[in-house]
Design a protein. Sequence first.
Length: 326
Amino acid sequence: MAYKKHISSLLLQLILLAFVFVSANGSYLKLGFYQKTCPNVEAIVAKVTADHISVAPSLAAPLLRMHFHDCFIRGCDGSVLLDSTKTNAAEKVGPPNLSLRGYQVIDAAKSALEKECPGVVSCADILSLVARDAVYQIKGPWWPVPLGRRDGRVSIALESLSLPAPFGNIAQLKAQFASKGLSVKDLVVLSGGHTIGTSQCSTIVIRLYNFTGKGDTDPTLDPKYVPFLKKKCKPTDTTTLLEMDPGSFRTFDEDYYTIVMKRRGLFQSDAALLDDKETSAYVKFQAQSHGSTFFKDFEESMVKMGQIEVLTGSAGEIRKHCALVN
C-alpha cells in the first residue's frame, strides 16, 4: 500500500511538472481565452488600433517591433511597456528600444478595455493584438492570436542589449532565435518585417564610412546603392531617417526580399541572410515568386513568436496600467 502511495505521489509530481513546463512554453494560451470574461476584447483592440493607424500609418512598424522586442526579453510579458522608476532603468530606455513608438496605442486600448471589463485583459495580450492589427491595417497578413498571457513585473534596461542586433552576423542571429525556440526559417521570415518602417542613419554609417576601421564601405552593399545612402547619411548623422523598403515603407509586402537579393538591405543582419544556405534560398524564392508564401509563413512565425516564454495561470499579474506594476 505504501509503495502504491509513493508511486501515485511521484506520478502526481510528474504531472504537475509537465503542467508547469507546458504552461511556461505557451501551450496554455488559447483562442477565445476571454470569451466569458471580456468577449469584445479583439473588436475593441482592433478599433483602437485602426483609429490610430488610419491617422499615422507609420506607427505600424514600431508597434510590430515593440512586440518583437518584448518577446525576446523575458518572453511576451509586456515588460517593454513598463516605465523606469527611481531605482530601476526599464527596457524602454535600453539603447535598442529608444526608437520605439506607439505606446499611446497600447494605453488607449488598455483604457478602453478597463472600461469594458476592468482588471481582466493583460497588457501583454493587448500588445500582441495591437501588433497583429497594426500590420493588418497596412495591407499585411492577419493571424490568430491565442490569448491568456500575464504581465511581468520585471523590466531591466541592460537586458535589451541581448536583442538581435542590426549588425549581427548569421551565426549570431541563428543562435539568438534558436535560444527562443524559433527556427532558421522563422529568422528569415520574421526579418521580412523590415518591409515596413524606417531606421536612423546611425545604424548604417559604419557600413558606409568605416566598416573595418580603414575608412572603407561594407563590400556586401551594392556599390551602386552606396552613393545614394552617403548622400542621405553624412558620417556624423545620427538622426536622419532612412526607409527600410524605399517607396513602400508604409505598406506590408514582399519587397524586402527583392531588396535583400539586390544587396540593398539597410542592416548587416539583412545582408547576413545571404550567408546561409537555408535563409538565402528563402530570400531568393520570395523575391522570384513575388512573395507567394510570405504572408502565410509570416502568420505562422508570428504565432510562434507570440508564445515565447509567456506567463500564464497565476504567474505575473494583470496590470491596471501598462506602464506600471500594480
